[in-house]
Design a protein around this ligand. Structure first.
Ligand code: FAD
Ligand code: SF4
Ligand code: SF4
Ligand code: SF4
Length: 377
């Protein structure tokens, strides 16, 4: 039975929760605001399915050094939806085609309280809330069970999410021919508690109309954080000046599993990996217009078939895989803690305004930030 003793050994994917035949597992928040499985021993029948399904407990280290990549491409959509996407709009274009062919798409969207959850859509009209990267851990707990139901009913599903979620989903469902998975390269995920604490400290959550962590009006390379409250002017900051984003970049707010992520390797179980095509200005300067370029790494035949959906949807250029390893270090390397994470969590709940504003200062723009960086706080 699942029993998490070391926090870094649980990514919170929820596969154990979904597989338990007697609903003996609850996903509960810890003090940092991340969810972990807790077993109700009165309900547990000792079947051990949870442990057998956990992708971390069963991680095959033998295959960690094998690369699963088949092809690597840069992509930029012809559609103006690219400006609402975090990189080149590959999520929008693949989803559009997949929905058109009768399949279902799964991605992360905020609910009305700005909590992030994965949801299933069957119509392109519902895609907007799923678009764009949200820098907070998404709740996948109910959606895994729903995906199993629709796949069993013979539907095709295209799941977009983080590598750990996909590893969990595949362990839970199996490598079904109707399940297509696309993971995002990720530096890690911040705590949902820190996200809502940030919103409640500096804004009125019930008044928020929209949030965009990666607005492109200053360009894709120099992205901005945007938030709009009703009857107020839009809050707009360069990404590195925003306290919430800076706390993430410094590695204070990420889930413990992200600093020791076993899935940071070149051998992925997903069909495709997508990401920002960082560095393309050096190796493909002709494609970079500073409006967002996606990187697509294919790992399977299903992935190669998905790539064919992108024909006529945008510019797609093959490039050398070595550039992924050179320019996108989060593909196979974990995030580092650049300051004092313990100090951050010790103070943030009691003194959120002061903690965010001192520890979230852009180190390049303020004396306090420079001082904190010098002393590695
Ligand atoms: C937490 C996080 C960290 C990332 N870190 C990096 C990085 O270090 N380097 C890099 O190159 N790219 C990173 N990305 C990926 C990148 O930002 C884009 O999401 C990716 O390039 C796809 O962009 P797009 O233009 O195709 O579509 P978009 O419209 O931006 O598609 C976004 C897709 O991501 C899903 N999604 C959004 N937020 C989450 C979430 N919190 N959890 C799970 N799924 C989510 C949406 O459902 C949608 O499917 C990260 C994404 C996230 C969510
Ligand atoms: S051992 Fe079986 S019954 Fe007990 S929590 Fe795990 S899956 Fe559920
Ligand atoms: S990693 Fe996933 S399956 Fe393993 S214990 Fe955590 S939530 Fe459960
Ligand atoms: S770094 Fe690893 S554990 Fe963290 S969100 Fe990404 S895939 Fe999951």
């Amino acid at each position: 039975m699942i029993d998490i003793k070391e926090k870094y050994k649980c990514s919170g994917c929820g596969a154990c929760f979904a597989v338990c035949p007697v609903t003996a597992i609850e996903m509960k928040f810890d003090r940092e605001g991340f969810k972990y499985p807790i077993v109700d021993s009165d309900k547990c029948i000792g079947c051990n399915l949870c442990s057998k399904t956990c992708p971390i407990e069963n991680f095959d280290f033998k295959h960690k050094d094998v690369s699963s990549q088949i092809s690597t491409h840069a992509f930029k959509s012809f559609s103006d939806k690219r400006l609402d996407s975090s990189s080149g709009g590959v999520f929008y274009e693949l989803s559009n085609e997949f929905l058109d062919s009768g399949g279902l798409v799964v991605g992360a969207a905020f609910d009305q309280n700005f909590n992030l959850c994965h949801r299933i859509i069957d119509n392109i009209d519902d895609i907007k809330p799923l678009m764009g990267s949200k820098y907070v851990q998404s709740d996948t707990y109910e959606v895994f069970k729903e995906i199993k139901e629709v796949i069993t009913a013979g539907k095709k599903v295209l799941y977009f999410g983080l590598t750990c979620q996909i590893e969990g989903l595949i362990k839970y469902i199996g490598n079904d021919s109707n399940l297509f998975t696309i993971d995002l390269i990720c530096m890690g995920v911040p705590s949902p508690k820190i996200w809502t604490l940030y919103l409640d400290t500096f804004f009125e959550r019930s008044n928020i109309e929209y949030v965009n962590y990666k607005d492109k009006r200053l360009g894709w390379h120099k992205f901005s954080f945007v938030l709009k409250e009703k009857n107020k002017t839009e809050f707009f900051q360069e990404g590195f000046d925003n306290y919430y984003m800076e706390c993430m970049f410094k590695g204070y707010t990420l889930r413990p599993s992200c600093y020791k992520c076993v899935f940071k390797c070149e051998n992925k179980k997903s069909d495709l990996t997508i990401a920002d095509c960082w560095g393309c200005e050096d190796y493909l300067p002709e494609i970079d217009d500073n409006k967002g370029i996606s990187m697509i790494i294919s790992h399977s035949e299903k992935g190669e078939n998905l790539l064919s959906f992108l024909k006529n949807k945008g510019e797609i250029i093959a490039f050398d895989y070595s550039n992924v390893l050179k320019y996108n270090s989060h593909y196979n390397n974990c995030a580092e803690i650049k300051g004092n994470r313990t100090l951050f969590f010790a103070f943030v709940s009691k003194y959120p305004r002061v903690t965010f504003s001192l520890l979230g200062k852009n180190p390049n723009k303020s004396l306090v930030g420079k001082m904190f960086r010098k002393f590695k706080i």
